[in-house]
Design a protein around this ligand. Structure first.
Ligand code: CUA
Length: 157
């Protein structure tokens, strides 16, 4: 039986695709270079937030001369703490988790934007050079109060 040359070409192409898909999934799963959210931070049961020393008391902590750590809890339909206050010329590492459903932690006008997933801790470090006020919003639909879910980040002199 003779297979048309184009048909053979498509067969080979689809085989390559299948192998490529499997290779991609394997590569991601084995973790050879793709960072999953939970590869960086241990997970946290949303029910244990009140017993977790990082999140039982949402706060900003000074950890160096110009370095701060912010432990933020998102929930329907607010963020804690609110407002978040940090001095200008500081480097802030945010640790954000959710008490209930998926939210986001988005600082308007900056590139600070992360999904906040219950059971996960999103971590990101941001530098704030100039004093200013930023809105913090949620851009993952999370329920009837989604559009009211907001907080404030104040960079003081
Ligand atoms: Cu929280 Cu939308």
């Amino acid at each position: 039986m003779r297979i048309h040359v184009y048909e053979r070409l498509w067969l080979v192409a689809s085989m390559i695709l299948i192998v490529a898909f499997i290779a991609t999934v394997t590569y991601g799963t084995v973790g050879l270079g793709i960072t999953m959210v939970d590869d960086r931070e241990e997970t946290l049961s949303p029910g244990d937030i009140d017993e977790d020393e990082r999140f039982e008391d949402p706060r900003i902590e000074q950890v160096g001369e110009n370095e701060f750590e912010a432990y933020v809890v998102a929930m329907t339909f607010l963020f804690q703490p609110d407002p978040i206050e940090v001095p200008a010329n500081s480097e802030v590492t945010f640790y954000v988790t959710s008490r209930d459903v998926i939210h986001s932690f988005t600082v308007v006008g900056t590139n600070t934007n992360t999904m906040v997933i219950p059971g996960e801790v999103s971590v990101m470090t941001v530098e704030f050079d100039e004093p200013g006020e930023y809105g913090i919003i949620c851009n993952e639909y999370c329920g009837v109060g989604h559009h009211d879910m907001e907080a404030e980040l104040i960079v003081v002199e």
